[in-house]
Design a protein around this ligand. Structure first.
Ligand SMILES: O=P(O)(O)OC[C@H]1O[C@H](OP(=O)(O)OP(=O)(O)O)[C@H](O)[C@@H]1O
Ligand SMILES: NC(=O)CC[C@H](N)C(=O)O
Ligand code: SF4
Ligand SMILES: [Mg+2]
Length: 467
């Protein structure tokens, strides 16, 4: 797995992947390009689109951003009325082209392909089994397992997909395309988001609803946990591969990953972040002059904190928009310079002020430590750090690259020690109960905050045992 390496290089948790699909629309490739552009924050390592004209499938993929992999010429070459697309941040398998998605196969029953967001926790076991039975994998990601399993199952294509889903544990949102059908699939725990919309005379599927707005699609509903939705010329049909479902939507989708203009399970991401900020303020009695957020993902929470506390909201930090979420810095010194490159404090705003600095999460501690210093260098007299989530103290095995305890600062330090480490005057987190109040969905996965996992962990169990 690459996650440990990559994490230490960047010092960041990364987004997950973004999946997108369109069925029966006028220009499937260009709509997919725009949809994936809206999902780019979920993965910046590689991108790909496969289109079908109803007879055959064409797939183009490559490393880099969607704008680097595609241009007018490539998009125009891709005829088709159906398409699936992907933006990748790898969690399993490196960034070789074989792991870049869509992953396509030529089966005797027809050419098909899939895009995946999530992490199959029993991937090693399934892969070993499949290899023992004669499967030869093209790449090394967990996602490819789905295609092998489909091929080995019996029945109609949708029955094959359902059979495959019953064998996989963990987190998965898949879109699968044959030359004339599309399938949207969500794992039975509902860990990763996936929604359905109308588009032109056809349909659109996306990891996040922000992509619907960009292409002009009209939201219909979320795919249910354990559901397979089949879209074909005879319309949309729903199937359930199991009745044993849970609604464990990833809390970090609301806290950090998703775009503020997306709604997940009916809850707008900006609204939930603002609510989190309000709850933070309501349980706080710190004396301060201004509230600032750390761009980008904590601005909504900072606005909420300001509203509930009555303290003025200020722009105290400016982000250089040309430094993305995933710049790679090989050493700690370079990583810290990276945060300095990314964010600058406005001294005329913070100088002489007692500042409440709201961020959405602390993972490694690099950002908070650096920013407290930036604010103090810019003349802030006090910096009170408020985090709009609980301490991130356990690894995630569901498609986010935090797979060990060592890399998580809250697994190593209590709040007081962490406050001293980041050199803040005070530090407070939310409780898990407050997080649930801010995100009033049916139920949430909060495993990285609680250490309680909603699924069996298979080979990842050894990470827990090693703790
Ligand atoms: O404790 P750390 O390991 O430093 O990680 C936590 C920080 O990283 C994320 O921001 P990021 O800069 O990735 O993205 P953003 O601009 O979208 O907020 C998150 O919002 C925190 O600010
Ligand atoms: N971040 C993700 O959702 C990654 C999907 C898949 N596990 C991969 O590594 O390609
Ligand atoms: S462990 Fe954390 S990051 Fe992973 S799915 Fe659960 S809430 Fe999301
Ligand atoms: Mg941030």
């Amino acid at each position: 797995m690459k996650m440990e390496n990559e994490y230490f290089l960047t010092g960041k948790i990364h987004e997950e992947c973004g999946v997108f699909g369109v069925y029966h629309v006028s220009s499937a490739a260009s709509l997919s390009y725009f949809g994936l552009h809206a999902l780019q924050h979920r993965g910046q390592e590689a991108a790909g689109i496969a289109t079908s004209d109803g007879k055959q499938i064409t797939c183009i993929k490559g490393k880099g951003l969607i704008t680097e992999v595609f241009n007018n010429e490539t998009i125009n070459k891709m005829d088709g009325i159906h398409a699936i697309g992907h933006v990748r941040y790898s969690t399993d398998g490196g960034n070789e082209i074989e792991n870049v998605q869509p992953i396509m196969v030529r089966a005797h029953t027809g050419h098909f392909g899939a895009v995946h967001n999530g992490q199959i926790v029993n991937a090693s076991e399934l892969k070993e089994d499949l290899e023992n039975q004669g499967s030869i994998f093209q790449g090394s990601s967990d996602s490819e397992i789905m295609l092998h399993l489909i091929q080995r199952e019996a029945g109609t294509f949708v029955e094959k997909i359902m059979g495959a889903c019953r064998k996989m544990e963990g987190a998965f949102a898949f879109i699968i395309m044959t030359k004339d059908c599309m399938y949207a699939v969500r794992d039975k725990n509902g860990l990763r988001p996936l929604s359905l919309a109308f588009l032109e005379d056809g349909y659109c599927i996306s990891s996040e609803t922000c992509a619907f707005d960009i292409v002009g699609a009209k939201f219909i509903r979320d795919i249910e946990p354990g559901e397979v939705v089949r879209i074909a010329s005879d319309g949309v049909k729903s199937f359930h591969y199991t009745q044993e479902v849970q609604h464990k939507m990833c809390a970090m989708e609301y806290i950090y990953f998703a775009r503020p203009d997306s709604s997940i399970e009916g809850i707008n991401v900006h609204t939930s972040r603002r609510h989190a900020g309000m709850l933070l303020a309501q349980s706080d009695d710190v004396e301060a002059d201004i509230v600032i957020g750390v761009p980008d993902s904590s601005l909504s929470a900072a606005i909420g904190y300001s509203e509930a506390s009555g303290l003025p909201y200020e722009i105290g930090l400016i982000k250089n928009r040309y430094v993305g979420r995933t710049f790679i810095q090989p050493t700690q010194q370079q990583r810290e310079r990276g945060v300095r490159m990314k964010l600058s404090a406005i001294s005329s705003i913070v100088s002489g002020k007692r500042v409440v600095m709201v961020d959405d999460s602390i993972v490694r501690g690099t950002t908070s430590r650096r920013i407290v210093q930036l604010l103090k260098d810019a003349g802030a007299t006090e910096v009170h750090v408020r985090i709009a989530s609980a301490p991130f103290s356990s690894p995630c095995f569901y498609g986010v690259d935090t797979s060990t305890y060592e890399e998580l600062i809250s697994a190593r330090m209590g709040v007081d020690e962490l406050c001293t480490y980041i050199n803040a005057d005070t530090l407070k987190f939310m409780t898990i109960e407050q997080m649930r109040e801010a995100i009033p969905t049916r139920d949430l996965c909060v495993s990285c905050f609680s250490g309680q996992y909603p699924t069996a962990l298979f080979s990842f169990q050894k990470v827990i045992k090693k703790k």
